[in-house]
Design a protein around this ligand. Structure first.
Ligand SMILES: Cc1cc2nc3c(=O)[nH]c(=O)nc-3n(C[C@H](O)[C@H](O)[C@H](O)COP(=O)(O)OP(=O)(O)OC[C@H]3O[C@@H](n4cnc5c(N)ncnc54)[C@H](O)[C@@H]3O)c2cc1C
Ligand code: SF4
Length: 478
């Protein structure tokens, strides 16, 4: 037990964000951290439920939440950390960027605000680093087998960590200059400062993982070479092929994919070079972001920090409800209007809007969008709602920078192009059965490349699962 009936007396407390005026001047992390008695009080709200849905139905990693809460409450940080690390390779990432699926499934959330689980997780892992509980733990013995991992996002890193600790010699290939995948080049520093990734990569290198960055497999090194030198290959190349919008005017200047914009800003903050002719900047521009999801929100916060004149974010779907919707009852992940730190900083969000065409000027640069309001019509057979354009609801919105944050349609690394005989799903992702092995023996897949775009917590869990499947495959073959 943490504290008997602690949930009756303690209220949920959020750590809060740095003041808006201050945080808009930089790209540093916006969120404060819960510490000291504030944090302990939050652990005391955990009810230690007989059936804890937070890790049963909530957290994909199945983090054993009530147990680490209890240890933190009793000031036993090392034990809390051991429990946390028994399921999760990188709590310092999820502790900062996870939408906290666990909190959506917290039993206390049925009638009160859930326990601040993500903040407790973050406190445990950061205490582990601070007190030196997290130190390099290389394997005591190597087994002589080599694994190549293509892609260093959370899925590839999680697999590399587990395989290395199990005694395999792991080489992680990454086409970007630094490892981390979307953690490094997609998610802005104001959500995840990049020293957090570097600290983990340094630790993994000390433990024996080799990182070969700036190497694109299929271009700089062939898959044939990998097959001849490694006992197994894991594809963890993500799903970064952006969804486009084929409407008149799409070829105008000033219309960019969200990731191109975000990657540049992450590179800028990291001191990487960007060719002046390729610069995308929101400075003094009227910006319209198409897409109301998290990537759109990241573009919003970035555009505001770059000094945009005005930022609008258009979403084609209707505005989600303000409180839990009966369609997503507890303990399901709730469909609710989410207001990120970026939304609090400025800009305007509009829902149920479709863009019909982009309009350009004489220099062939975008200057406006022609849009229209839509209704979503329920179907008598209960099928998915159908979009209907509202008559006479057309409007024009000025813009000199448009960012397309419409989701992702597949992987940028096409296995077929590289003569990899792996089956694909109808959505263009890599198929596999219940194990993470593809249709090509010895070639495995994990993360967004398998599941389609998802979350860091799911990519880590999938990377860990793929690593276990690789171990099983090689042990059975031996
Ligand atoms: C802008 C943005 C913001 C997000 N924010 C959040 C968030 O706040 N919270 C959250 O939980 N999730 C978030 N997500 C989702 C999350 O980041 C992804 O689900 C996760 O990163 C997927 O991990 P992955 O390892 O499968 O792939 P990725 O992170 O995409 O990594 C794949 C890596 O493979 C490399 N690669 C590809 N092909 C090759 C090749 N041929 N050779 C070598 N390397 C190659 C790529 O360069 C890349 O580094 C966000 C996604 C985006 C796009
Ligand atoms: S990884 Fe995400 S879902 Fe799991 S315990 Fe942490 S915050 Fe909750």
């Amino acid at each position: 037990m943490t504290k008997e009936k602690g949930f009756l007396t303690g209220k949920r407390r959020e750590p809060g964000y740095r003041p808006k005026e201050e945080r808009l001047q930089d790209f540093l992390a916006v969120e404060y951290r819960l510490e000291g008695m504030d944090l302990i009080r939050q652990t005391s709200r955990c009810m230690n439920c007989g059936t804890p849905f937070c890790h049963g139905s909530g957290c994909t990693l199945e983090n054993v939440i009530p147990e680490f809460n209890r240890h933190v409450y009793h000031n036993r940080w090392q034990q809390a950390l051991d429990i946390l690390l028994s399921t999760s390779a990188f709590p310092e990432f999820t502790g900062r960027v996870c939408p906290a699926l666990c909190e959506g499934a917290c039993v206390l959330g049925i009638h009160d605000a859930p326990v601040t689980i993500r903040q407790i997780e973050l406190a445990v892992v950061e205490m582990g680093f601070k007190r030196g509980y997290i130190a390099p733990t290389p394997p005591q013995k190597r087994n002589g087998m080599r694994i190549a991992i293509v892609g260093s996002g959370p899925a590839g890193l999680a697999a590399a960590d587990l395989l290395n600790k199990a005694g395999y010699q792991v080489v992680v290939y990454e086409r970007d200059r630094y490892p981390g995948g979307v953690l490094r080049y997609g998610i802005p520093d104001f959500k995840l400062e990049k020293w957090v990734i570097k600290r983990r990569i340094d630790l993994m290198e000390t433990e024996g993982v080799t990182f070969e960055s700036g190497v694109e497999i299929g271009r700089d090194i062939s898959f044939r070479y990998l097959k001849s030198r490694f006992n197994a290959i894991l594809l963890a190349c993500g799903a970064q092929k952006p969804r486009d919008l084929s409407i008149p005017g799409r070829d105008l200047g000033g219309i960019h994919f969200a990731m191109d914009f975000l990657v540049q800003q992450n590179k800028r903050v990291g001191g990487e070079f960007i060719r002046p002719e390729e610069e995308i900047s929101a400075h003094q521009k009227s910006v319209v972001i198409l897409g109301g999801g998290d990537t759109g929100a990241d573009c919003l916060g970035t555009a505001l920090r770059q000094g945009a004149k005005r930022v609008l974010q258009f979403e084609i779907l209707p505005k989600p409800p303000l409180s839990r919707d009966p369609a997503t009852p507890w303990p399901m992940w709730l469909n609710i209007l989410r207001t990120s730190s970026s939304h609090e900083e400025g800009g305007e969000r509009r829902f149920s809007i479709v863009t019909n065409r982009f309009v350009g000027d004489e220099q062939h640069a975008v200057k406006a969008l022609q849009c229209q309001e839509v209704d979503w019509i329920s179907q008598p057979d209960g099928g998915p709602e159908v979009l209907e354009r509202k008559p006479n609801s057309e409007f024009t919105e000025a813009a000199d920078l448009v960012l397309l944050a419409l989701g992702f349609d597949g992987c940028t690394m096409d296995p077929k192009q590289h003569h990899l005989d792996v089956a694909l799903t109808s959505n263009g992702f890599v198929d596999c059965g219940t194990t993470n092995m593809t249709s090509a023996p010895g070639i495995f897949v994990a993360g967004d490349m398998r599941s389609g775009p998802t979350l860091v917590v799911r990519a880590i869990a999938d990377g860990q699962k793929a690593a276990r499947d690789i171990i099983r495959f090689l042990e059975n073959r031996a």
